[in-house]
Design a protein around this ligand. Structure first.
Ligand code: DGJ
Length: 591
């Protein structure tokens, strides 16, 4: 399309993924006129749906309680969700569903819309005067006024749209497929992820080389495959008041170089990973002392602090280059196999010292982040990358393009995690959800759940541990060994199989889910009873996705069930007393 007055040319692009039932949309505006153009709002898709009453499902939340599904009818008053925090955010997720009234997991037509973008976004729905629903999604117009010089073009991020005529499960499975096959890239796109131990909840900032090596030794004995050293190994960083931006090893604390530590871990037969927070800067850091102008701040005003830190101006390529050099130098030092890319505050005081026109900054910041990710993923192609933003505050397809897994939430409580992972699963596959077994009482909620329950829940994702293994009882250590064995057996079904939500854990007395492999030969079922009562009757959960004509053997008990019976009548669960009893059943088709 061409606008005569300005000379602007608009191209609309549609991608068709027939098998996955997906249409992608993006638009590109070229300034073919004589004057600059200022784009104040430019969305990725706008759709009009005739004559239908639709519900909008969005995924709202907060730090440590991300992505709770909220369903409301679309009416004439406009409903709008989004983020202006500079990240896709904990508050809302750039994944929404429009479905007909009454649509559920197995029935009804549903349309999904997800944005491949990690910054500010908006999604809005409204009925017009003739009751048609208009849905729009794209970059949020707040803090956006893009200056386009003559001859330049602006491309919107892609919106990934998908349709299911048979309910929400199918829609989710289509998204899982498109993400696993066409969004995630790199060495770990399909590869099994190493079972990791992360030291964060075990030590927080209080560690040294000795403590870390002890955790690694204990982990190795239990069969854990990788040690991840979290926040606090660099610069001056004994708490969250200082050090961000100084990406060089604190050799005093770590008793030597990173290469030495990596080598010691590797000698134990384990992989080794490191935490970074590349986009941030502490005022108490060498980087800030050298370049105070590299932090976002409105001239003449004191910038807002959050977690005692400021945000680096990633709209400035010089800043991105510097951080690249620092991080790459650490990664080159030793054999490092994994990076956790954290981001722990929202953006505000948006002002780049390097730019005259400020309306591009928010967007250019995001491109700076992607540029750094692109360069690092190219330079270290064998690395496993995990995204993170105060847990799951930047869980989106933009990040998944670079990091095939993302730390799902800072909340590691098994019961809350069932709900967080449930909400996350509507758009994102299990392979993308970092999930760890942690200590009890849980550090975020104070709740006590047993080791089996924590294991069953954490195994519904990219599995790991995050606790002081030295404090485990012998009984718990045996349970951990057993979990690791099970995960090795079941990981490929869990991470690559078709996923089914078997309950809504916000409403049902139990959380339940399952994954089934493509040939319907293997299935893994997980369930946790959320509410126990006296003399609790046996409860039945109807399984899904099996072959009705086949029989399946429960690997643990040897009991054989008919696929049809498991799906029509359900799998029986006998309630044992205790807090949040859990069940994990591996089913194999009987040949
Ligand atoms: C927030 C992350 O979500 C945590 O897992 C941990 O890495 C801390 N940041 C470290 O500061």
């Amino acid at each position: 399309m061409k606008e005569k007055a300005s000379g602007a040319i608009l191209h609309l692009y549609y991608g068709v993924w027939e098998e996955e039932n997906v249409i992608t949309r993006t638009a590109s505006l070229t300034n073919a006129g004589k004057e600059p153009i200022y784009i104040e709002k430019f969305l990725s898709c706008s759709m009009d749906m005739m004559d239908r009453d639709l519900d909008l499902i969005s995924f709202t939340g907060r730090h440590a309680m991300e992505r709770t599904a909220e369903r409301i009818p679309v009416q004439h008053a406009k409903v709008e969700i989004g983020s202006t925090r500079g990240t896709s955010s904990h508050h809302y997720n750039p994944a929404v569903i429009l479905c007909e009234e009454g649509a559920d997991e197995t029935h009804g037509s549903c349309i999904g819309a997800c944005l491949v973008y990690s910054g500010n976004f908006v999604a809005a729905a409204q009925k017009d005067q003739k009751n048609q629903t208009r849905f729009q999604m794209g970059i949020h117009p707040t803090n956006f006024c893009f200056h386009l010089e003559k001859g330049e073009a602006f491309d919107t991020p892609q919106a990934i749209l998908s349709y299911s005529g048979t309910g929400l499960t199918k829609l989710s499975q289509q998204y899982h497929e498109i993400i696993r096959e066409h969004i995630c890239r790199g060495a770990y796109k399909h590869a099994k992820r190493p079972i990791l131990i992360n030291n964060w909840e075990a030590t927080y900032f209080d560690f040294n080389e000795e403590k870390i090596l002890k955790i690694a030794e204990q982990a190795q004995k239990l069969g854990i495959e990788m040690l991840v050293l979290d926040d606090g190994w660099f610069g001056k960083r004994e708490d969250d008041n200082s050090g961000l931006g100084d990406w060089f090893v604190n050799e005093k604390k770590m008793n030597g170089s990173m290469a030495q530590l990596a080598e010691k871990i590797h000698r134990m037969g384990m992989k080794f990973g490191l935490w970074f927070e590349p986009e941030m800067i502490s005022e108490d850091s060498d980087l800030y002392r050298a370049h105070p102008d590299w932090a976002f701040a409105i001239p003449g005003r004191v910038p807002n602090h959050s977690r005692n830190q400021l945000v680096l101006d990633f709209a400035n390529p010089e800043v991105v280059d510097h951080i690249y050099e620092q991080i790459a130098a650490v990664l080159r030092q030793g054999d490092i196999n994994y990076v956790k890319w954290d981001m722990n505050r929202s953006l505000c005081d948006i002002y780049s010292d390097s730019m005259v026109w400020q309306g591009n900054v928010m967007y250019d910041y995001m491109l700076g982040v992607y540029d750094l990710l692109e360069r690092l993923t190219q330079a270290f192609p064998d690395m496993l990358w995990e995204g993170c933003s105060g847990g799951g505050g930047r869980f989106d397809m933009g990040m998944l393009y670079y990091t095939p897994q993302i730390w799902c939430s800072d909340n590691t409580d098994a019961v809350d995690r069932i709900r967080i992972q449930y909400g996350t699963s509507f758009a994102y596959p299990l392979s993308t959800m970092g999930a760890h077994v942690s200590a009890v009482p849980n550090h975020q909620t104070g709740r006590v759940t047993d080791m089996n329950t924590r294991g069953v829940v954490a195994m519904t994702g990219a599995f790991g541990y995050e606790l002081d293994l030295g404090k485990l009882s012998e009984e718990d250590k045996t349970a951990v060994r057993e979990q690791i064995k099970t995960y090795h057996e079941a990981a490929s079904v869990i991470l690559k199989g078709d996923y089914y939500r078997l309950s809504n854990p916000f409403e049902a007395e139990y959380g339940a889910w399952m994954s089934v492999d493509e040939e319907k030969k293997h299935a893994v079922v997980g369930a946790v009873l959320l509410n126990t009562h006296g003399n609790h009757p046996v409860f039945y959960i109807r399984l899904r996705g099996l072959a009705p004509e086949r029989s399946y053997r429960d690997k643990k008990t040897g009991t054989v069930y008919s696929g049809a019976a498991l799906m029509e009548l359900g799998m029986p669960f006998t309630v044992v007393s205790g807090n949040y009893p859990s069940y994990q059943i591996l089913l194999d088709a009987v040949e």
